[in-house]
Design a protein around this ligand. Structure first.
Ligand code: 4AD
Ligand code: MG
Length: 477
């Protein structure tokens, strides 16, 4: 018989019909009550074993972590806490799990411990919930753009360009690391490498995305991106997923509006479609909050934070205005910031971003028009000669969740910036050329998918919202 998913059984009218459930044992109580989870939902189904109906040797093998196939009758539950339960007629152990060795016990484990057994943490309520929400958000991303006539473009993972001009890239090579070919100056000769040149894993699909925006109009990429920066924080990964829409004929204001609409859509989608998982995560986050000092606690719970984002416009604010607010803020005057704000032009740290969002405005903030010297070369230069049409969306508990800009569509301006910043003009030839052939005003942004998942699940470490996190010193699994 074909198995039915638990998610479906839990909303099925119980009439004693025969069904088959396959899943993993969470707990087995009193030699009678098996809580089974199959990952389709956060909720378990309770299977009840009649006394003396199973061999003693089988009963012994029903242990936490074991995989079972259970056939039985779906009946209204006699116990409280669930509407239906399964009266077991048949039980087969598909995979044993030695209770002495299985690392997951039916109790709360620390997230740090679970990271060390990431290949099993998917069996916990928390990771089940997070990954189901992650799936829903990926689906919603495509739904959002498809509904608006955007085209999904698959930009390359291996590239020859450094899109952000930041240089923190992973090299891709097939050369022998022990004994690479060398040129006449003794330098590694990448002409002999697989692609006949230096290549790396992409840090962003933006540059290639732009070439498609100036052909298909409105496009987006959604793929893995890689950064070899040595950032050991709760907000950085070396491999993360990014959604990058790119739109012809948009200016910075259109870009800001799309970013707000997009984030509000995603938050609403989660509220509408991930109710049970969010309720679980909301409770989980509240328990975690309770162990923090009062002043560090969130004023709103997880679900209320999502609702708040859906219902409120984001605060738009220029970088210059933000600096004024920060300069005169209490933590700056009392020297509470680690990095004090004293002059225009400095880059904002996450403590500043979070002050603006969490303490000053108490809502998401979009900062725009940043000093050109702290932003990427491709951003459109404003008439003041000092700023570029950049925008960052800042979220409570996260800081920067989106970074984007209007792009410099004027060839001369772009070339000048490439020179000023000492970027390799030769490698960027096609990107520059795009400005020679039918250039157009355009804009776009990048949403860090894991930072979104942090926000939507209330998790606090980015290593816990991706199945297998990659960060300095760690590529296990
Ligand atoms: O601000 P970033 O570096 O912007 C870009 O890459 C642009 N090319 C985007 C564009 O305009 N198309 O990165 C965009 C977002 C950040 O706001 C952040 O959410 C996320 O990507 N991000 C990271 N997420 C996890 N780990 C990291 N190391 C990240 N670096 C950036
Ligand atoms: Mg950024």
């Amino acid at each position: 018989m074909k198995r039915t998913k638990i998610k479906q059984l839990l909303v099925t009218e119980p009439t004693g019909q025969t069904v088959v459930v396959k899943g993993w044992v969470r707990t087995f109580r009193s030699n009678r009550f098996i809580a089974i989870n199959d990952g389709s939902t956060i909720n378990n189904i309770q299977a009840v074993v009649e006394l003396n109906s199973l061999e003693e040797s089988t009963l012994k093998r029903i242990t936490t972590g074991a995989c079972v196939a259970v056939g039985g009758e779906l009946i209204a539950s006699l116990g409280s806490g669930q509407a239906v339960e399964l009266k077991v007629n048949q039980l087969e152990i598909l995979g044993d799990s030695d209770p002495e060795k299985f690392p997951l016990q039916p109790k709360k484990h620390s997230l740090e411990f679970l990271r060390e057994i990431a290949y099993l943490r998917s069996r916990t309520n928390t990771f089940g919930a997070v990954m189901r929400v992650r799936h829903a958000m990926a689906f919603a991303v495509h739904q959002f753009y498809n509904d608006r006539g955007f085209f999904y473009v698959h930009t390359p993972v291996i590239t020859g360009s450094d899109a952000e001009g930041a240089g923190a890239m992973f090299r891709v090579t097939t050369l022998d690391a022990e004994n690479p070919p060398r040129d006449e100056n003794g330098k590694v000769n990448y002409k002999e490498d697989f692609f006949g040149r230096e290549t790396n894993l992409t840090v962003s699909g933006q540059l290639e995305g732009e070439t498609y925006a100036l052909a298909l109009g409105e496009v987006y990429t959604f793929g893995p991106t890689f950064r070899a920066e040595n950032s050991n924080t709760t907000r950085h990964l070396a491999e993360f997923w990014m959604i990058e829409p790119e739109m012809a004929f948009y200016d910075i204001n259109d870009n800001m509006q799309l970013a707000q609409d997009f984030l509000q859509y995603l938050a609403k989608y989660a509220l509408d479609n991930c109710k049970e998982d969010l309720e679980f995560l909301d409770k989980r986050a509240a328990e975690e909050e309770a162990s923090k000092p009062q002043e560090q606690r969130n004023e709103l719970g997880l679900i209320d934070r999502l609702k708040f984002v859906v219902e409120n416009d984001f605060q738009r604010l220029s970088y210059t205005e933000a600096i004024d607010i920060l300069k005169n803020s209490t933590p700056n005057k009392k020297k509470k910031f680690q990095y004090l704000i004293d002059e225009w032009g400095v880059d904002l740290q996450s403590e500043h971003e979070r002050f603006l969002v969490e303490k000053h405005f108490k809502k998401p903030v979009i900062l725009y028009n940043y000093p050109k010297d702290i932003k990427a070369f491709y951003m459109r230069q404003n008439d003041d000669g000092k700023t570029v049409a950049a925008m960052d969306v800042l979220f409570p508990g996260i800081g920067e969740i989106i970074g984007g800009s209007q792009r410099e569509e004027r060839y001369e301006n772009l070339l000048k910036r490439v020179h000023e910043m000492n970027l390799p003009e030769k490698e960027l030839w096609w990107y520059l050329d795009l400005r020679k052939f039918g250039s157009a005003p355009h804009a776009g942004f990048g949403l860090g998918f894991e930072r979104l998942i942090l926000f939507v699940t209330g998790m606090t470490n980015i290593r816990d919202v991706i199945p297998y996190p990659r960060y300095p010193g760690n590529a296990e699994f």
